[in-house]
Design a binder for this molecule. Structure first.
Ligand code: GDP
Length: 482
């Protein structure tokens, strides 16, 4: 609509042009600047495209450019991943119980999406680590799919009586896709089955998955823990603190706060309650704030130890009220100078949400891969690969990765035996990948999630069909979906 208004090209003609290019557009669709210029060229109009920054981008820039006034080291933020029943929740509970600060304050840690643990380190210094409360790679990758990069380190929980299991491998791949360092907690070390031989066997499994333990001369720290006896929990916390020093994690404790929404909840009498983790700057009761579509003035704040606070800085998990709507997990949270600024950003987000619902989808699929390639947006086709047996998986992985040429490569970012799950779809969404299954199916709910996120899922019964389709996808000659 606005291209037509700016150039005098009839909107119908523009739509027809797009249709010929295989792009289904309506008058309300959004165009990228290259496509707009291409249409204008057809009419010998030279288009000078100026990118209009959204209010949120302007705000982001203000935060990115501002002078750091009080930079100090900050605690690491940790997410716990691992196979079901290997002890993620138990370990998180045990870690929570190790928090000396909560005990001193007579408080009990609250479940507000994240919590701090402070221990007396061996050098008599207090060490703090922040844990995100929802373990598992689904939550981790869902946040990442929303663009939130909060986690500095992953604790991969692996049961010493069981070893590396499918979700352990899945977790490793999710962590690698995010580029986050991994520390292994070899949990349930108290179990009689966790013999030295078993431990060595697991070291081998970890090494085979790219996590070579330091005990074997590798790079990966493996700590033996028990969520039941508490063995190794302090060692794990100290190790996390040490790694934080290596990573030189710092934050600016001055200026307006910026953070990430971890959870949101409507509460009777309180309205929208947002649980956030402050990452930089200061937030106070009375601050103006915006997070996604929500804005307002902070009415009250409670920290993870259950105390009402009037002011808080980096690495503090907070529950706040005062926003007019519920933000989403993964939204960036900003304290602004004026209420008007917060309102502008939130209103624009609401408008944009409406527009995206109208506009055509632009996710990478096998069908549009060649176009996105031409547009210079991608040169790597990422694939999440699932198959019924290990043998086929290995063959497929190798064949697919060989398909690349000078211009484009295929990378299998995750390969596993089993049906297509929600976590596969989330990983594909976060990493702009397609999901490909061989002799496996996905369930109705999983297909619904994929549809909602416009993730391409393809399943095949014949290996050659699969390889041919990917090949065709690379070349942009894909046959209609069967
Ligand atoms: P999650 O699914 O990874 O969160 O696992 P849970 O924390 O729910 O633990 C699964 C089961 O293993 C529970 O019955 C726990 O009591 C048990 N468990 C967890 N950690 C340990 C441990 O270190 N030692 C022993 N013996 N059992 C554990």
């Amino acid at each position: 609509k606005s291209l037509s208004a700016a150039t005098g090209i009839k909107s119908n003609d523009a739509i027809k042009y797009l249709f010929k290019k295989g792009v289904m557009a309506t008058i309300n669709s959004s165009l990228d600047s290259e496509m707009a210029m291409e249409i204008a060229m057809e009419y010998e109009i030279e288009l000078d495209v100026k990118e209009k920054k959204s209010a949120e981008e302007v705000l982001q820039k203000v935060f990115a450019d501002r002078e750091r006034t009080d930079v100090r080291s900050r605690p690491p933020v940790v997410t716990v991943l691992g196979h079901v029943d290997h002890g993620k929740t138990s370990l998180l509970d045990r870690i929570r119980a190790a928090d000396v600060a909560a005990h001193e304050a007579g408080g009990i840690t609250q479940h507000i999406g994240a919590y701090r643990v402070t221990i007396d380190g061996s050098d008599n210094e207090k060490k703090t680590v922040v844990f995100l409360d929802t373990p598992g790679h689904e939550a981790f990758t869902a946040m990442r799919a929303r663009g939130a990069q909060m986690t500095d380190m992953i604790v991969l929980v692996c049961a010493a009586d069981d070893g590396v299991m499918p979700q352990t491998v899945e977790s490793i791949n999710h962590a690698k896709a995010a580029g986050v360092p991994i520390i292994v907690a070899l949990n349930k070390i108290d179990r009689p089955e966790a013999t030295d031989d078993k431990v060595q066997e697991i070291y081998g499994q970890l090494a085979a998955n790219g996590l070579n333990p330091t005990a074997w001369g590798g790079e990966t720290e493996v700590v033996k823990t028990s969520a039941i006896t508490g063995e190794g929990v302090n060692d794990l916390l100290e190790l996390l603190d040490l790694q934080a020093e290596v990573l030189e994690l710092t934050a600016d404790f001055g200026g307006n706060a910026v953070g990430t929404v971890v959870e949101g909840e409507m509460q009777p009498g309180r309205g929208a309650v947002a649980r956030i983790l402050v990452q930089e700057g200061q937030i106070k009761v009375g601050s103006f704030a915006v997070a996604g579509r929500a804005f307002g003035r902070v009415r009250d704040m409670t920290d993870d130890r259950g105390s009402a606070v009037r002011e808080a800085g980096p690495a503090t998990p907070l529950e706040i009220s005062g926003l007019d709507e519920l933000p989403d997990a993964g939204d960036r949270f900003y304290v602004t100078g004026t209420l008007k600024q917060a309102e502008d950003v939130a209103k624009q987000t609401r408008d944009r949400e409406r527009e995206t619902q109208l506009a055509s989808k632009t996710k990478v699929t096998l069908d549009n891969f060649a176009d996105t390639l031409k547009a210079g947006q991608v040169n790597l086709l990422r694939v999440v690969l699932k198959a019924d047996v290990q043998g086929s998986l290995d063959v497929l992985r190798e064949s697919l990765e060989k398909l690349g040429n000078d211009e484009v490569a295929v990378r299998v970012i995750h390969a596993a035996v089993g049906g297509i799950t929600e976590s596969d779809v989330l990983l594909a969404d976060a990493s702009e990948a397609v999901v490909v299954g061989f002799q496996v199916a996905s369930t109705g709910p999983v297909r619904e999630i994929a549809e909602a996120r416009t993730i391409d899922i393809r399943t095949y019964r014949v290996i050659y069909d699969l390889i041919d389709d990917i090949k065709a996808g690379l070349e942009g000659m894909l046959a209609p979906e069967r």
